[in-house]
Design a protein around this ligand. Sequence first.
Ligand code: CUA
Length: 326
Amino acid sequence: MKFLFHFGIFYIVSRVAFAQSNYLPIQASKVSKSVDSLYNFLTFTSLIVFAILMGAILFFILKYHRKTEDQKTAYITGSHALEFIWTFVPLVIFLLVFYWGWIVYKGTRYFPEDAITIQVTGFQWAWSMQYPNGKKTSNELTVPIGERVVLNMRSLDVLHSFFVPSFRIKQDVVPGYISKLSFIPTKVGRYHIFCAEYCGTEHSSMTGWVNVVEPYEYEEFLNTDDTEGVPLVQLGEQVYKNLCIVCHSVDGSPNIGPSFQGIYGRTQTLDDGTTVTSDDNYIRNSILDPNGQIVAGYPRDQMPMFQGLLSEDEITQLIEYFKTLK
Ligand code: CUA
């Protein structure tokens, strides 16, 4: 018995020591620590529960094994106290883990408008990144240390998943939907990007790198002209002038359709009485299929469907432009 007990202690201590070394990737974003604390808590509570269960099984095997051929099993009626303890204690632990996980998760779902917004497009089988000034890169994401970055992510074909292990963030990238990720890099370096959703034959090579650099290096990076970038906001304004200006004002004045002034993030009342927040996906859907959700007070079947007429890039540009219409 003593040996087993000592072995159990040794095992747990060695796992704790291992945790301090390198069994998880480097922590390179602000949420990494809290994600790891939760993960370690789960691992070590599981280990402790495992040790208690296996220890009890071994103990009972040794203590209560049948000693003679005709030995009868004792008649045991149960114990309410025991039942209560082994139900209540795990329940408390599970609720704690739920609450803890929820808090950590909430930290990754924070998308302030003043964050650096970078567009990420996934397709078979690469990642394309586009920065606010229009600069584009492939499979390389460069971000400044210490600043909140929001990724707006789209897929052009099938389901992908954007995963940066060192940042402890992962998010599905779904065709027909804009999904988001948010992080603050905390360590200068170069970190792996993986696609974490099987997406076809070259899925395993759909990888890339995040470069975390000093803010002045980020500015330098943005302004090197290896690609000719026009700021997204400017491109968006052009799309607006070409297609939307006839029916939508940007100064709040009424027209055939609602004004775009303050459109991004405002609460819209729809003609069925419900309200929606005018976020990326609402705006995208309203461009592609205007009759899906009509703002109260405006007629149906007025606006043409832009499905197939506007590219995802142009929709991105429009949304970035809308953000500037305060
Ligand atoms: Cu993209 Cu797997």
